[in-house]
Design a protein around this ligand. Structure first.
Ligand code: GDP
Ligand code: MG
Length: 442
């Protein structure tokens, strides 16, 4: 155990002493890198431009973590910003409520609307909701068959009126049928076109005003590439989408379209399609997507390691004090301050008698220490550095109780806590010295 710790400490020592902030100068190179990464991930160019500009302003003046280069710090800022942008304020946002819930699928041809409609039906079914699928793609007979087949496979009824009835009429009658059946949700599949055109948008608008959906989901193929921004804007302007489903994420696309969708429309990605099977639908995780888009997982790992090293460094400072076997009220207070970070927590957990302490207990201990701090602050310098002075004097303890606004009993409690902790520290020091003298004990 100690062996590990001292190795981490050595590492921390090598890393310290390099602090600074992000400046336009040291951001120049990583900015280029990020720009390239985003374009490679197929984030639309105007989105990249706006994002980079915002990042530059945000990052300027950010403190660089000890032990990392400005480049690494910058990537960390970018990653946080990406996660924020794609998930900000949305959380695990799911479908909108409704009675029945009405979900309208929108998107170009071949992006995966019909497949996603089936996947959603299965998803709803799994959450114990009954469902009806409605087929309004009358332009290709195969489209209706496809939905009927999917419905049969997942055992969800499909409403269709063949190819000779107007799509808006089918949608309307589909909703009536859903109400008659008393189902919880209706999913209206629609026809796409190869490109954004007024025909498709007009039809979508009409269907939308006929069925008044709780959700209008834009289905976007992750491979869409640079066109994603225009596409999302066109659909959002025409039918005011409530969110998107990003399909074909099982392919090698880096998923830049996710960022474009969010940045352009402000609407969340609600689901991700990861295969052709009906089960291949996942919730959207902003962290995963951010890391996939940036493709700089290694850099971020480096950052986390440096963060850990700093925590280890705090632990080292505490260990040095332990080795000196000096432990006055100032150390007592420092100990408490260190408890606010993980290094301190871990150190405390390593101490004899503390190793089984739960997080909740530690939190309570922290509050207790806060009260101790108030008392210690009321002491004079002599009392603080030479605890025996106050431990032995009732008059001094009374004065400190009065000055700190605490009771004498609370002051006595601090004396006891101090004495106990000091004894534990003594034991710890002996252990450490033994370990240093005789090599590894474990
Ligand atoms: P639509 O024209 O928008 O209705 O698209 P379809 O639902 O018919 O899907 C077009 C093709 O993409 C079909 O071959 C689907 O199996 C396939 N597809 C849909 N979603 C996914 C996905 O998430 N991953 C993969 N690999 N293929 C998908
Ligand atoms: Mg279809």
């Amino acid at each position: 155990m100690f062996d590990n710790l001292s190795r981490s400490i050595e590492k921390a020592q090598r890393l310290i002493g390099k602090t600074g902030t992000l400046t336009s100068e040291n951001m120049k190179e990583p900015l280029k890198e990020v720009r390239r990464a985003l374009l490679e991930a197929d984030v639309s160019l105007p989105v990249v431009r706006r994002f980079i500009k915002k990042i530059e302003e945000r990052a300027l003046g950010t403190k660089v973590l000890e032990g990392v280069t400005p480049d690494v710090q910058f990537i960390k800022v970018v990653s946080n910003e990406l996660i924020d942008l794609m998930g900000g304020g949305v959380g695990a946002k799911d479908l909108e409520p409704g009675f029945p819930q009405i979900i309208l699928m929108a998107g170009l041809q071949g992006v995966g609307k019909t497949t996603a409609a089936g996947k959603l039906a299965l998803y709803l079914k799994k959450s114990k909701k009954s469902c009806l699928l409605v087929a309004t793609d009358v332009y290709r007979p195969a489209a209706i068959d496809q939905l009927v087949k999917l419905g049969t496979a997942i055992d969800v009824p499909v409403f269709e009126l063949g190819t000779q009835v107007d799509p808006v009429e089918i949608a309307k009658r589909g909703i009536e049928e859903a109400k008659r059946l008393g189902v919880d949700a209706v999913i209206v599949d629609t026809a796409g076109r190869l490109q954004v055109d007024e025909d498709m948008m007009g039809e979508l608008r009409s269907i939308k005003s006929a069925v008044r959906p709780s959700d209008t989901l834009l289905v976007v193929d992750a491979m869409t590439g640079q066109e994603a921004a225009n596409l999302v804007k066109a659909f959002n302007d025409a039918v005011d989408i409530t969110g998107a489903i990003l399909t074909k994420m099982d392919g090698d696309s880096r998923g830049g379209a996710a960022l474009s969708v969010r940045e352009v429309s402000g609407k969340p990605i609600k689901f991700v399609g990861v295969g052709e099977k009906m089960e291949a639908l996942e919730p959207f995780y902003p962290e995963r997507m951010a890391s996939r888009i940036l493709g700089m997982g290694d850099v971020l790992t480096l950052y986390e390691k440096a963060e850990q090293a700093i925590k280890d460094e705090d632990a080292k400072k505490m260990m040095d004090r332990l080795l000196e076997e000096k432990f006055d009220f100032n150390d007592f207070l420092n100990q408490w301050k260190s408890m606010n970070n993980m290094g301190g927590l871990q150190m405390l957990k390593m101490m004899p008698g503390f190793n089984k302490v739960s997080e909740k207990a530690l939190y309570e201990a922290e509050k207790q220490f806060e009260s101790y701090a108030t008392i210690i602050n009321a002491m004079d310098e002599e009392e603080r550095t030479n605890p025996e002075v106050i431990i032995k004097s009732l008059a001094r303890r009374r004065r400190v109780a009065q000055d700190s606004g605490k009771t004498e009993a609370e002051v006595s409690k601090l004396m006891t806590a101090y004495t106990q902790l000091k004894a534990q520290v003594g034991g710890m020091s002996k252990l450490l010295k033994l370990q240093r003298a005789g090599g590894n004990q474990e």
